[in-house]
Design a protein around this ligand. Structure first.
Ligand code: PLP
Length: 356
């Protein structure tokens, strides 16, 4: 099968060094070799998350949604305030409802940021809310949500702040400590540039006591996973080979530095957006709402997503559709992973040809 340039929002292209993880010897997860691997990964996730020893990490075998479910079920005591403006906010709502956890939901248009005064009012009116839940980068559109401002509110009203930064960690400043984030979710197969199958939760240690009391699931309770991981074990069989690739990807990120990766992705996104606009196409979001990795673009008149997708695929590129109401008139291009400026230039060249 020929190599594709993946311009979808994960899984992403990875380097040869990361792929080498698959070639590591088979090991037993009850042996010291695995303990060393797990210990290294948890330490490196702390480094790339820029947190100190008030924080700890739980690695979950399962995609980003598994960590969303682990975080929700382990953290919320009584009631959540969910702030949502896209499909990953909807997914949080589905998880919260599935476990019959009480919630107040503040919903905003997919192209808008949440209203801070409404959030504050909900916190004042409903003191039984214990956790604020929010997505950092809404992959639905690429919108950057104001985790700094909501973080301030969580501090002022003494609420736990639970953030899905699955599309943020590695490509944006998350500032977990400064933004009072108590629980932060990330994944291996987006800006960390590894393979799918493993995700993680960065947790402020004082929340572990709450997590001990909140045992709503067997596989995903963060307290029990943490207890086991502190002993260098996973309670269940982990995706060992994916963990090897994640370990190599974390080494790469630490060498490139978070700042370096953010700037590299931002440079690619800026170039892409200039190029797209130069072809006369319009972007969905205003510049100040745009992330460093996802660009939602209006389809040109008379051209369908399916047509563009198929032409790009014939030429070695995978692009991604819009969602919901945006499906019929937008598509998404993501510049995460081991891709280069040359790939973006080539993409723009094809785009020019296909829309003519
Ligand atoms: C913001 C966000 N949260 C959560 C997820 C869920 O991750 P997964 O599909 O790996 O379960 C995604 C996936 O794209 C995402 O973009």
């Amino acid at each position: 099968m020929k190599k594709m340039i993946l311009l979808n929002p994960g899984p992403v292209n990875v380097t040869e060094r990361v792929k080498m993880g698959w070639n590591r010897p088979e090991i037993c997860h009850r042996e010291s070799d695995f303990t060393d691997l797990l210990k290294g990964i948890r330490k490196k996730i702390k480094v790339i998350s820029d947190v100190d020893d008030q924080y700890t990490v739980v690695v979950i075998t399962g995609s980003g949604t598994a960590s969303m479910e682990a975080a929700i079920t382990s953290t919320i005591r009584k009631k959540a305030l969910l702030i949502k403006n896209g499909v990953y906010g909807d997914r949080f709502e589905e998880i919260i409802s599935t476990y019959n956890i009480e919630k107040r939901v503040l919903e905003y248009p997919w192209t808008d940021r949440p209203d801070l005064s409404e959030i504050e009012k909900a916190l004042i009116d409903e003191p039984d809310i214990d956790t604020i839940v929010m997505v950092h980068i809404e992959t639905t559109t690429g919108l950057v949500n104001p985790i700094d401002r909501v973080g301030e509110l969580s501090r002022r009203y003494q609420k736990v702040f639970l953030v899905d930064s699955v599309t943020g960690i590695g490509s944006e400043y998350v500032n977990i400590m400064k933004n009072n984030i108590g629980v932060c979710i990330g994944t291996s197969n987006k800006s960390l540039q590894s393979f799918p199958g493993v995700s993680f939760v960065v947790i402020r240690k004082d929340l572990l006591d709450i997590m001990k009391e909140n045992k709503r699931t067997v596989y995903l309770n963060l307290y029990e996973n943490h207890e086991s991981q502190e002993r260098g074990q996973c309670p269940f069989t982990p995706a060992i080979q994916t963990l090897y690739t994640l370990d190599a990807a974390l080494d790469e990120l630490i060498e490139e530095k978070i700042e370096g990766r953010i700037q590299r992705y931002k440079g690619l996104a800026d170039y892409l957006r200039q190029g797209v606009k130069g072809l006369g196409l319009k972007l969905l979001l205003t510049p100040e709402y745009q992330s460093n990795t996802i660009t939602s673009i209006f389809l040109p008149d008379g051209i369908t997503y399916e047509y563009l997708h198929d032409r790009f695929k014939e030429n070695g590129f995978i692009i991604y559709n819009g969602l919901g109401n945006l499906k019929k008139n937008t598509f998404r291009i993501c510049n995460m992973g081991d891709i280069t400026l040359k790939d973006i230039q080539q993409f723009l060249g094809f785009l020019e040809t296909f829309i003519k």
